[in-house]
Design a protein around this ligand. Structure first.
Ligand SMILES: NC(=O)c1ccc[n+]([C@@H]2O[C@H](COP(=O)([O-])OP(=O)(O)OC[C@H]3O[C@@H](n4cnc5c(N)ncnc54)[C@H](OP(=O)(O)O)[C@@H]3O)[C@@H](O)[C@H]2O)c1
Length: 297
């Protein structure tokens, strides 16, 4: 067979080799945008959601490779195991060897000062952002290894203490530890572990934050009343911030870049004020604490 023919054959084979990815939390926001974008690029996307109505909404986009995985609540081990069984079965059925990516996106969290934080919401967020992703990775890493895939974490842009969102940011600090530790542990197999560090992104989470803040302020809880002035000030600056948020599709494109770039970076940055936040993180901790304390005056 001539060289030209051989190359053409190889190219045709590559065209038919599908790549598959799992993305958690695809009912809305970043997860949904990433799932749609990757499916539009021809990837097989296992898009996890908790509710059948959200699975149905994904199906109605009529994208060939978009496969809703439902239910997947990351606080439930039996649902994680069932989802991975479904993914394995579907990969076999489609003749796809392994997963080219696992994107840890799902998250929720609440807004409140630590003193008045709802402990159940905090526990759920820790499970959703840390315990669940570890369980999911334990079950999917053999598939990622097979495809020489990548692990991606959607996180905030900076390790910076921000008042009233500790339930979210504590998870980001810990996710940073998991991502960077995995980067070292998975090095022998050449599996990159990548953080997509997002600034302000325009998703339902933004309006939920405002609603929650408002609700918190209505509570006749005396401990919360101590924070009323500070929370009202925070809400005013949040309203301004919300007007500048970037579209979730920008994150979707970064996810695609991180999954496909030949030499992926350990961190990508995207979205409103993500650059400034990343710069603040470079400050020595005592300086950062000083700058943040000034802001709270
Ligand atoms: N928006 C931003 O500005 C921003 C900035 C930096 C980082 N992030 C991070 O980006 C990720 C996505 O957030 P988003 O802004 O796109 O918010 P979103 O639209 O509210 O999406 C969150 C997704 O996570 C899912 N989820 C929540 N708890 C879950 C659980 N226990 N098990 C499985 N799925 C669960 C939600 O499902 P349900 O619909 O069933 O609740 C939803 O699909 C989060 O981890 C967030 O911390 C967001």
């Amino acid at each position: 067979m001539g060289l030209k023919l051989k190359m053409e054959k190889r190219l045709n084979m590559n065209e038919t080799v599908k790549k598959a990815v799992v993305i958690t939390g695809c009912s809305s926001g970043i997860g949904r945008a990433a799932a749609l974008f990757l499916a539009q690029q021809g990837w097989v996307v296992f898009a996890t959601v908790r509710r059948e109505a959200d699975a149905e909404a994904l199906r109605s986009s009529h994208l060939d490779g978009l496969i809703p995985v439902c239910p997947l609540d990351l606080t439930r081990l039996e649902q994680i195991n069932a989802a991975v069984d479904l993914i394995k079965g579907e990969l076999d059925r489609r003749g796809i060897a392994g997963l080219s990516g696992v994107v840890n996106n799902a998250g929720g969290g609440g807004v409140a000062p630590i003193e008045a934080m709802d402990l159940e919401i905090f526990r759920t967020e820790l499970q959703t952002r840390l315990w669940g992703p570890v369980a999911l990775l334990q079950a999917t890493l053999p598939l990622v290894r097979t495809a020489q895939g990548r692990v991606i974490w959607i996180v905030t842009p900076s390790l910076m203490p921000v008042p009233y969102v500790a339930s979210i940011h504590a998870c980001d600090f810990a996710a940073n530890c998991l991502a960077r530790t995995l980067q070292l542990e998975l090095k022998p197999w050449g599996i990159p572990c990548i953080q997509i560090r997002c600034g302000g992104i325009d998703t339902p989470a933004a309006s939920r934050t405002q609603t929650e803040m408002n609700r918190e302020l209505q509570q006749p809880d005396s401990r919360l009343a101590l924070y009323r002035d500070a929370l009202e000030k925070e809400m005013a600056s949040l309203r301004q911030f919300d007007q500048q948020r970037s579209a979730p599709e920008e994150v979707a494109k970064k996810v695609f870049q991180a999954l496909t770039e030949r030499r992926p970076r350990a961190r990508y940055r995207v979205g409103y004020l993500s650059g400034l936040a990343a710069a603040v993180e470079l400050l020595p901790q005592p300086w950062m604490d000083w700058v943040l304390a000034k802001r709270e005056k």
